[in-house]
Design a protein around this ligand. Structure first.
Ligand code: CO
Ligand code: ZN
Length: 352
């Protein structure tokens, strides 16, 4: 039985509302562990923090991977008045950051903060026209001094993430970190759903947003016969995105990546492509083909492991990626999980 849409919504909500800056994925890892415990024979966490859930089957080893981390910031300086400077972790577009409310994950628990700025009332004319860089921004946590900020549990190195709760948006949903909690939700539900005879390794990877790091070490240890990365991809169905001349739409099903980063990231294995496309067609699952120019996924690190691993990507189309207001279609999420679950059952045919 496929996850009901209510179950999938609740799962995504829990994952998206949780926090996990790159290198600090603990909260997300615990959620995945709780979900996968019942369907795994073994769960381990490696030295980097990757979660590896194993379901024993035949000698064929299949890896499915989704990154647990999200983009955010890290505290780098607290001034004498208690204002905080941060460094971006992951690919932020400066304009999306200003006046966001954030959560600082300090030693005494979660502390709210806001990216402050001058109001227009006191700006000079030329100031209004210029883009403010993250480097020039500061976070206000309501402290009056450096000592007070430190007393609140904040220090150099404190991780910072967006404060945003998932909500429904018509038939869609919006929230933070759908990159890649959508991929995690699809992976969890695929692992619960699949009747594959193969040995399945479901991996929640760390530090994808800062260099595909967890995918590299986990794939090396597992050395799978094939791998599928689950992630989000850039939808191009909103005003202004037409100029990319890429047609990926919400509601039209998961995207199967043919190539990303114009081939410098992944050029998907031909047999994996056929495996995924045939699976979608035989099961009546809608899909879209993606050739992307920017961005890449864990698949890039996985496919270059050891002597090379046949690897593909199935992704959930998302609007406004790398902002706290990402938007996806729940049907696409269901179909992403379904495509992966069914593909795991048909691997033998394609991976000789
Ligand atoms: Co990303
Ligand atoms: Zn991602």
């Amino acid at each position: 039985m496929q996850f009901s849409s209510d179950n999938m919504f609740e799962l995504l909500k829990k994952l998206s509302n949780a926090h996990g800056l790159s290198g600090y994925e603990d909260e997300v890892r615990e959620l995945i562990k709780a979900e996968l415990e019942v369907v795994s024979d073994e769960i381990r966490v490696d030295n980097l923090g990757n979660l590896i859930a194993i379901r024993n089957g035949n000698e064929k080893k299949l890896m499915i991977a989704a990154h647990m981390d999200e983009i955010g910031f890290m505290v780098k300086h607290i001034d004498e008045k208690g204002f905080i400077r941060v460094t971006p972790v992951g690919g932020w577009f400066h304009q999306t950051v200003l006046n966001q409310r954030v959560i600082l994950h300090g030693s005494k628990g979660k502390i709210y903060g806001v990216f402050g700025c001058k109001p227009p009332h006191i700006m000079e004319d030329d100031e209004r026209k210029k883009i403010i860089k993250i480097k020039e921004m500061f976070v206000d946590i309501g402290a009056s001094s450096r000592d007070e900020a430190i007393e609140m549990g904040i220090d150099v190195g404190t991780p910072v993430t967006s404060d945003r709760q998932l909500v429904r948006l018509g038939q869609k949903v919006t929230g933070k970190a759908f990159d890649n909690r959508a991929g995690i939700a699809a992976m969890i539900s695929a692992m619960k759903e699949t009747k594959s005879d193969a040995t399945i390794y479901a991996v929640g990877t760390v530090q994808e947003e800062v260099g595909l790091k967890g995918a590299r070490t986990s794939a090396f240890a597992i050395e799978p016969d094939a791998a599928i990365a689950l992630d989000v991809c850039v939808a191009t169905d909103f005003p202004g995105s037409e100029s990319a001349h890429i047609d990926i739409r919400l509601g039209k099903g998961p995207a199967i990546t043919v190539a990303d980063a114009a081939g410098r990231g992944l050029i998907a294995s031909k047999k994996v492509l056929k495996w995924l496309k045939d699976t979608a067609e035989k099961n009546g699952i809608p899909y879209q083909l993606e050739v992307a120019e920017g961005g890449t996924t864990d698949a890039t690190a996985i496919h270059l492991t050891k002597a090379g691993i046949p690897t593909g990507v199935v992704s959930v189309p998302a609007r406004y990626i790398h902002t706290p207001v990402e938007v996806i279609d729940m049907g696409d999420l269901q179909n992403t999980s379904l495509l992966v679950a069914r593909a795991l059952e048909r691997a033998d045919k394609y991976l000789k």
